[in-house]
Design a protein around this ligand. Structure first.
Ligand code: URA
Length: 249
């Protein structure tokens, strides 16, 4: 039995029929067919749509507003800002770190301190500009003195991360560091056990690597980190991620 036609298949079939009838330009809902096809990109794939539509973009902004006003856990009391995340809300690559540090807490932006500068270089090494990916953390608020996050803080923040994944619909997630990897994958396995294998979170492939801050402390991890980055790029390409290095958005 043949598989059910997706909306994209149906549209293609319809456009072909109209073309066969001699129509050279077809305006659908005041859009050119090519634009409509572009918007239908991925409509045949499983999972929710990307925030290409106004409704999804609104949902993303609503989520941002909710997170910025969050007071679900004690971290709300000590924070300067909430660090929601930044980048392309339709990125094919989602980068997930642990939690904001001092500079992130002050600026409201993820990965802007020394670890962030290294992260930018790591992304560049596999072809990505920072503004082409979406960067966020498991925790949206800084734990006091950068202490490790505790379980109830993670439990409070986890739904926000899940919603970010749902709305961004990345093709690949890269978890940087033990904490991000263990949280996403709901495991207590060590970072070394998690590296080198492609995992899955909400149906999205997950690649695990060293946290850039750890690489700043231990140069001997740079070689294996480079291997992880190459694997990340491979998984990204295999998953159909858009060619990075395009025009600035
Ligand atoms: N470390 C993280 O995990 N995230 C940041 O945003 C900054 C440092």
């Amino acid at each position: 039995m043949s598989e059910a036609a997706t909306p994209r298949d149906l549209l293609i079939r319809y456009l072909r029929q109209r073309a066969e009838l001699g129509e050279r330009e077809i305006i659908l809902e005041r859009q050119r067919a090519s634009q409509l096809l572009e918007r239908l990109h991925g409509a045949g794939a499983p999972g929710p749509a990307r925030p290409a539509t106004a409704a999804a973009a609104n949902a993303f902004e609503a989520l941002r507003a909710e997170v910025l006003g969050c007071s679900r856990c004690r971290l709300a009391e000590g924070r300067t800002t909430v660090v929601f995340g930044e980048g392309d809300a339709e990125a094919d690559l989602l980068v997930v770190g642990e939690a904001p540090g001092y500079e992130e807490d002050r600026s409201g932006r993820p990965f802007v301190g020394p670890a962030g500068q290294l992260l930018d270089k790591m992304l560049a090494a596999i072809g990505f500009r920072r503004d082409e990916v979406f960067i966020c953390n498991v925790l949206k608020c800084r734990p006091p003195r950068n202490r490790d996050p505790v379980a109830d803080e993670v439990a409070s923040c986890r739904p926000y991360l899940r919603r970010q994944v749902e709305l961004i619909q990345p093709k690949v997630i890269c978890a940087f560091g033990r904490f991000a990897a263990q949280t996403l994958l709901d495991t207590e396995l060590s970072l070394n056990r998690l590296r080198g294998v492609t995992h899955e979170f909400m149906g999205v492939p997950v690649v695990v690597s060293y946290h850039p801050a750890a690489l700043l402390r231990n140069a001997s991890w740079k070689r294996p980190a480079w291997e992880d980055l190459q694997a990340l790029r491979r998984v990204y390409d295999e998953a159909g991620g858009r060619e990075p290095g395009g025009e600035r958005g």
